[in-house]
Design a protein around this ligand. Structure first.
Ligand SMILES: Nc1nc2c(ncn2[C@@H]2O[C@H](COP(=O)(O)OP(=O)(O)OP(=O)(O)O)[C@@H](O)[C@H]2O)c(=O)[nH]1
Ligand SMILES: [Zn+2]
Length: 409
C-alpha cells in the first residue's frame, strides 16, 4: 500500500485509482491493439470517424475484416452489419496485380511523424458473390497464393476510412487486404463488435513509440563484450519489448558531452538467430557489438521491427516472391506493404531515456540518419557498417545500394 497521508477519504480513493487507471493514451493504444488482434483472429471490427454522428452512410462506421483470416462466421457478421455489399480494400500495387492493369489512386503521398514518406493509398474493389468466400479472399490478398479467380472484381470508390483499415491490418502484421462495408450504427451493440476510432489507428505507431518506458535491466556478459547490459523498454500497448544492449558505459560518455557509437538494428530472426545467408543482419549484429567493445562503449538498439516492419510471416512471403524474381523492395510492395515500414521514433525515444542525444551512427542507411535526426537526435557522424557478400545475399545487398540509397563505404 502506498501512504496517502492526511488526504480526505474520497480523494485518497482517487489517488489510489490513479495508479491503476490508464490514461487516455494508454486506453487508445489498448483499443487499437485489441482491434488488430481481432483481425488476426478473423473477427470483424468497426472503424469509426472521430466524432462521427449518426446518419447516412457518409458518417457510418466501416466494418472491416482481414481477407487473410476471415472465415464464414466473420463474413456472416459483416453481412449482418453492412449497409451495402462488402468491398475488398487493397493497396494499389496489389490491386493492380489482381486487375492486371495499372490503378491510379489520386492520393498525394503522406509523411509520417519522422518526416518519412509513407506509401499510402487504398483501392476498393466490388466483390462478385463467387469471390466473397474465405479461400477466394485469401487468394486475392496474397500474391504468393495461386491466382485462379473464378471472376474478376471491379473498381469502386474508396471509402474515406480505408487508410485506417489498411493501417490496422498492417499493425496486426497481416496482409493489407480487407473486406469492408459501411455499417449500421447499432452493429457494435447487436453483433458485439469492437469499435476503434480511425484517428487512433493512424496515431498508434507514434503514440506507442513515445509511451516506451524502461521495465527491466540486467548485466549480460557477451562473447564479444564482457561488459554489457540489456535494458528492456515496453510501450503502453503491452506489445513486444524493444531492447538496448549497452556496451561499457555509453551513458557516462554522453553525460560528459561525447557522442557514443550507436546502432539501430531491426530484428531479423532468420539472420540474427539462424545465420541465414539471405541478408547481412547476423554479421552486422555481431560486428556492431565487437566494434563497440573495441571502442569501450556503445549502444545497440535491438528493435522489434522484423522484416523492415512487416513481420516475420510477411518477410517469408517476400522471400518466396524474391525466389520468383522480385527484388527485396518490389517483394514488399507486391504484398501491399511499403518498401520500408519502420519508424525511428522508437529508437529516438529509447536513446532519450538513456540520456543519449548525440550519436555516431553505425549504418549504411541514410534513412536511419534522417529518421533519427527528425526525432531530435543529433547524428554527428556515420560509421560505415558493411560486410562482404556471401554468394547468396549479393543481389539483396546490390538492391539496398541501388534502390534504397545505401551508402557504400
Ligand atoms: N521485408 C524484408 N525484410 C528484410 C529482408 N531481408 C532482411 N530484412 C529485414 O531488414 C531489416 C534489416 O535491418 P537493418 O540491418 O537494421 O537495416 P538496414 O536498412 O539494412 O540498414 P543498415 O544495416 O543500418 O545499413 C531486418 O528487420 C530484417 O529482418 C527482405 O528481403 N525483406
Ligand atoms: Zn536479416
Amino acid at each position: 500500500m502506498t501512504s496517502t497521508g492526511n488526504v480526505a477519504p474520497d480523494l485518497r480513493h482517487e489517488a489510489e485509482l490513479g495508479a491503476i487507471v490508464p490514461d487516455a493514451v494508454a486506453l487508445a493504444l489498448r483499443a487499437v491493439h485489441r482491434a488488430a488482434s481481432e483481425l488476426r483472429r478473423g473477427t470483424p471490427v468497426l472503424i469509426a470517424e472521430a466524432g462521427a454522428t449518426a446518419g447516412g452512410p457518409r458518417g457510418a462506421p466501416l466494418v472491416v475484416a482481414a481477407a487473410e483470416t476471415v472465415g464464414a462466421r466473420g463474413l456472416a457478421e459483416i453481412a449482418a452489419a453492412a449497409l451495402s455489399p462488402p468491398l475488398l480494400l487493397l493497396a494499389p500495387v496489389r490491386a493492380a496485380a489482381v486487375l492486371q492493369r495499372p490503378v491510379a489512386t489520386g492520393r498525394a503521398p503522406a509523411h509520417g511523424p519522422e518526416g518519412r514518406r509513407l506509401e499510402e493509398g487504398a483501392v476498393a474493389l466490388r466483390l462478385p458473390a463467387a469471390l466473397l468466400a474465405p479461400e477466394a479472399l485469401r487468394r486475392l490478398a496474397d500474391p504468393v497464393a495461386e491466382r485462379l479467380l473464378p471472376e474478376m472484381p471491379e473498381l469502386q470508390a474508396t471509402p474515406p476510412l480505408a487508410p485506417a483499415a489498411l493501417a490496422l491490418a498492417k499493425l496486426g502484421r497481416l496482409l493489407p487486404a480487407l473486406v469492408v462495408a459501411p455499417a449500421r450504427e447499432d452493429a457494435a451493440a447487436t453483433l458485439d463488435l469492437l469499435t476503434v476510432p480511425a484517428a487512433e489507428v493512424l496515431a498508434y505507431p507514434a503514440a506507442a513509440a513515445t509511451s516506451l518506458t524502461r521495465v527491466a535491466e540486467a548485466r549480460v556478459p557477451l562473447e564479444d563484450s564482457a561488459e554489457s547490459r540489456i535494458v528492456a523498454f515496453r510501450a503502453a500497448d503491452g506489445g513486444i519489448e524493444h531492447l538496448a544492449i549497452l556496451v561499457g558505459e555509453p551513458e557516462k560518455l554522453a553525460a560528459a558531452g561525447g557522442a557514443p557509437l550507436v546502432r539501430a538494428h531491426s530484428e531479423c530472426f532468420t539472420g540474427d538467430l539462424l545465420g541465414s545467408l539471405r541478408c547481412d543482419c547476423g554479421p552486422q549484429l555481431r560486428g556492431a557489438i565487437r566494434r563497440m567493445a573495441q571502442e569501450g562503449a556503445g549502444v545497440l538498439l535491438y528493435l522489434a521491427q522484423e522484416g523492415r516492419g512487416i513481420g516475420l510471416v510477411n518477410k517469408l512471403r517476400a522471400y518466396t516472391l524474391q525466389d520468383q524474381g522480385l527484388d527485396t523492395l518490389d517483394a514488399n510492395r507486391a504484398l501491399g506493404y511499403g518498401a520500408d515500414e519502420r519508424g525511428f521514433l522508437v529508437a529516438a525515444t529509447m536513446l532519450e531515456q538513456l540520456g543519449i542525444r548525440r550519436v555516431r551512427l553505425l549504418t549504411n542507411n541514410p534513412d536511419k540518419m534522417a529518421g533519427l535526426a527528425a526525432c531530435g537526435i543529433a547524428v554527428e557522424g556515420r560509421e560505415a557498417h558493411q560486410f562482404e557478400a556471401n554468394g547468396v545475399n549479393d543481389g539483396y545487398l546490390a538492391t539496398k545500394a541501388a534502390r534504397f540509397g545505401h551508402l557504400l563505404g
